[in-house]
Write a protein that binds this ligand. Structure first.
Ligand code: ZN
Length: 307
């Protein structure tokens, strides 16, 4: 049934959406537990101005700690060239740049037009080529499935922007359901078009569970050939405008789905669930989501059952 790569985004996407600040040592313990569970790619933080996101002030230190592990790709989000400089100095192995398909969201989020963001990608690629040619660059197309400001986002805009980012030198471009508006038919259609447009440069599916469609959307993406999925332990990164609904797809549930189907994730689900403990210890009082952790594993469950 194949193999997928689960990219854990909790330490970045999750932590930047919660109000409390997790201590550096707690972040490091959490990352250690994620690596022990078999995660092979972790987005450990973002390089953004401290006054905007104080939760991410220690990202360089967290990167340095994560780099002490082998077998895991240490990723960080950078919104601009200055962030990329800091990330490359810290030794990050993969950069992800958010590029909004919604013109309105782009202006609101990074105060740049979409075209200006493509130029930012080009500048980051030039820097990477000069100082760290082995670092991979991903452009994550944000609001690819809809936008809370603009409403519908034209599919042509999404494919155009992903193609522009690849033309600007990004290694991969994936699609993000930033606002939790995607449905499986749309996911199938857009990832099929993405692959037709940029072939092997088509990247990760970053899908949210805001309206309960997270796993259905992941499965739809898998069915049309997507093999990298972003997810967040405990669904951290809850959606502030939908209390009780988690934002990011829950890593534990996603791993359970794939492993139960006989799709290899390389992740030990029991150790993955154990990684909730250091997360909860670092963020006391924060609600963690997940159906599999609540229900427990089925009787006689054996990990990595192959269909
Ligand atoms: Zn997200």
């Amino acid at each position: 049934m194949g193999t997928v790569l689960i990219s854990e985004v909790g330490p970045r996407d999750g932590l930047q959406s919660v109000k409390s600040i997790m201590a550096t040592a707690d972040k490091c313990r959490w990352i250690d537990a994620l690596v022990a569970a078999g995660l092979q790619e972790i987005e450990v933080g973002s390089f953004v101005p401290v006054h905007l996101l104080p939760q991410m002030a220690d990202t360089a230190a967290v990167v340095r700690h994560a780099l002490t592990h082998t077998g895991v790709t240490v990723m960080a989000l950078v919104p601009n060239l200055r962030g990329a400089q800091a990330a490359l100095e810290a030794g990050v192995q993969k950069l992800t740049i958010p590029v909004s398909a919604s013109a309105a969201h782009s202006l609101a989020n990074v105060r740049k037009t979409r075209e200006a963001m493509v130029e930012e990608v080009r500048a980051i690629v030039r820097l990477r080529d000069a100082v760290a040619p082995f670092v991979k660059i991903e452009a994550g197309i944000a609001t690819a499935f809809g936008c809370t400001i603009q409403g519908a986002v034209a599919e042509d805009d999404v494919i155009w922007l992903a193609s522009e980012c690849i033309a600007a030198g990004a290694d991969e471009s994936g699609l993000s359901d930033t606002t939790g508006m995607a449905n499986p038919a749309q996911v199938r259609r857009l990832f099929t078009r993405l692959r037709a447009a940029i072939g092997p440069h088509a990247g990760a599916a970053h899908l949210h569970n805001t309206r309960g469609l997270g796993l259905a959307n992941c499965l739809a993406a898998f069915d049309v050939g997507v093999t990298t999925f972003d997810a967040s332990l405990g669904g951290l990164g809850g959606c502030p405008y939908a209390p009780g609904a988690s934002g990011n797809v829950v890593t534990e549930d996603l791993v359970f789905m794939f492993e139960a189907m006989g799709v290899n994730t390389g992740i030990d689900i029991e150790k993955l669930m154990a990684a909730r403990a250091p997360l909860q210890a670092g963020l006391p009082g924060e609600v963690l989501y997940g159906m599999t952790p609540e229900a427990g594993l089925p009787k006689n469950w054996s990990p990595n059952v192959r269909a």
